[in-house]
Write a protein of this length. Structure first.
Length: 173
């Protein structure tokens, strides 16, 4: 397993708050099945075993939205696609089976395009029930307080309680 980890901060754009203190973390090849590692079919089980329990399977919305009350993790099970993180001036992430994107609360995201067989496992930490907010300057301003109060999850969705996990090093309040 040759996981490549990238992280980046996204600026507020007036309509989408993004997260001012926590970066997006992109784990490429996290579940690629190579060298005896876990395969894309293991994503859902791994998320659940690490406390990311409120999950769903399917597609990513093709309309920009964010969750102000919880973080979200997206793991690609099948197909390929492009996810836009952060809004119009954000970053496009080309994803394939086994890739995982960890989105801190407030981070705008949407699917730009995908193959017909694109399937994602999404999850939220500790049984959180996400709200869904679309682009809106008034709502973005209101959401900032909620976003700042969302705590750091107990476990990284991939590495669990490992103190060396990317989330443990990059998500510090």
């Amino acid at each position: 397993m040759d996981i490549q980890v990238k992280s980046f901060f996204l600026k507020e754009d007036g309509q989408t708050p993004n997260n001012p203190t926590l970066p997006v973390i992109f784990y490429q090849n996290a579940f690629d099945g190579e060298d005896g590692g876990q395969s894309p079919e293991d994503i859902e089980g791994a998320f659940k075993s690490h406390g990311w329990t409120t999950g769903w399977t399917g597609d990513v919305h093709d309309k920009l939205h964010y969750h102000s009350n919880t973080h979200e993790v997206l793991g690609v099970r099948r197909g390929s696609g492009t996810i836009l993180a952060g809004g119009d001036s954000g970053q496009r992430l080309d994803v394939k089976p086994g890739d995982v994107i960890l989105l801190p609360a407030g981070t705008g995201h949407m699917k730009v395009d995908s193959s017909d067989d694109f399937e994602v496992i999404g999850a939220y930490p500790d049984g959180a029930e996400p709200n869904r907010i679309e682009r809106d300057p008034a709502k973005a301003a209101q959401a900032k307080h909620t976003i700042s109060n969302v705590g750091i999850p107990q476990q990284d969705p991939i590495f669990g309680e490992d103190d060396q996990s990317p989330m443990r090093h990059k998500w510090v309040k």
